[in-house]
Write a protein that binds this ligand. Structure first.
Ligand SMILES: Nc1ncnc2c1ncn2[C@@H]1O[C@H](COP(=O)(O)OP(=O)(O)OP(=O)(O)O)[C@@H](O)[C@H]1O
Ligand SMILES: CC(C)(CO)[C@@H](O)C(=O)[O-]
Length: 273
């Protein structure tokens, strides 16, 4: 029986970047939402990585396999689009750490596995806080950057339904490799706002303000957000993808046909079988 793990998707609403030459201390501050739509990862006897049945190269997954020094591969399945702001690379990396550790009885703790996947994402340039958010669940706030033992987290209570609509992707590596000063200032302001008033409404409103201030909104996304505003709801952009998300029914109320899922509960952990 080959080990299988489920890791929730994770949409970041706002963030600031906190690089560090020590990858376990590097990461992001910010806020996001863990989703009941995620990635199912199964360990395989042959090497290589597949996503929805197709061979794929995802650097953080390969880094995790290299770090565990195994001649094994993984098969990943997800309904979420890769590269569109759902933390798919982080979920694949974290799921890989869990299933290979289970398969080989590596004797690693949960913090060890989360740290392994976090390091892989940071070193690949494909993520800064998705992995720690996916491990926590709920609506995680990254108060301090870093892997377990370095970072600090809280969460916004409540929430259930999530709607999302993706028009396409954005390269996380390209955005994180560019000038992130402006977006980081906006991200710090957003985190301060949500920490002062930790509610669903404040979270989405702060995310929307961040998307505007970070200069990442495309005209297409802006048009969808305005349609949601027009029905008295609020939505925002998933970082980093050409994707809109709403907590509640804002997209469907505005006449769109979004994907619908739920928030992956805080503390629900990752199912490993
Ligand atoms: N068809 C593809 N589209 C996007 N990325 C791809 C594709 N094939 C392989 N990759 C690799 O998958 C990884 C995607 O990481 P990225 O962080 O951009 O996506 P994500 O985790 O789904 O989104 P985000 O981090 O914005 O939430 C990168 O290593 C990229 O090189
Ligand atoms: C940086 C980010 C927006 C892209 O991965 C976010 O998802 C994160 O913190 O990993």
């Amino acid at each position: 029986m080959h080990a299988t793990a489920f890791v929730p998707g994770h949409v970041t609403g706002f963030f600031s970047t906190h690089p560090d030459e020590r990858p376990l201390r590097a990461g992001s501050r910010g806020g996001g939402v863990a989703l009941s739509h995620g990635v199912e990862t199964t360990v395989t006897d042959d090497t290589g990585v597949t996503l929805n049945g197709e061979s794929i190269s995802v650097e953080p997954v390969e880094r995790v396999l290299d770090a565990l020094d195994v001649d094994l591969g993984v098969a990943c399945e997800t309904p979420l689009p890769l590269g569109s702001g759902f933390g798919v690379s982080g979920a694949m990396a974290l799921g890989t750490a869990y299933v290979v550790s289970a398969h080989t009885a590596a004797g690693l703790s949960e913090n060890d596995l989360v740290s392994l996947a976090h390091r892989a994402e940071v070193e690949s340039g494909t993520g800064l806080g998705d992995v720690v958010g996916q491990a926590r669940g709920g609506i995680p706030l990254r108060l301090e950057p870093g892997a377990p033992g370095y970072g600090a987290m809280d969460g916004v209570p409540g929430g259930s339904r999530v709607e999302y609509l993706s028009l396409g992707g954005l390269s996380t590596a390209d955005v994180l490799g560019g000038d992130t000063e402006t977006l980081s200032v906006a991200g710090e302001r957003a985190l301060e706002t949500v920490r002062e008033t930790p509610t669903l409404a404040t979270f989405v409103a702060a995310s929307r303000r961040f998307a505007e201030e970070a200069g990442l909104l495309t005209d297409e996304l802006r048009a969808i957000l305005r349609d949601v505003d027009a029905v008295g709801e609020t939505a925002s952009m998933a970082m980093l993808g050409e994707t809109v998300f709403a907590l509640g029914t804002g997209l469907s109320d505005a006449g769109y046909d979004p994907a619908v899922c739920r928030i992956h509960p805080p503390g629900a952990g990752l199912r490993v079988e």
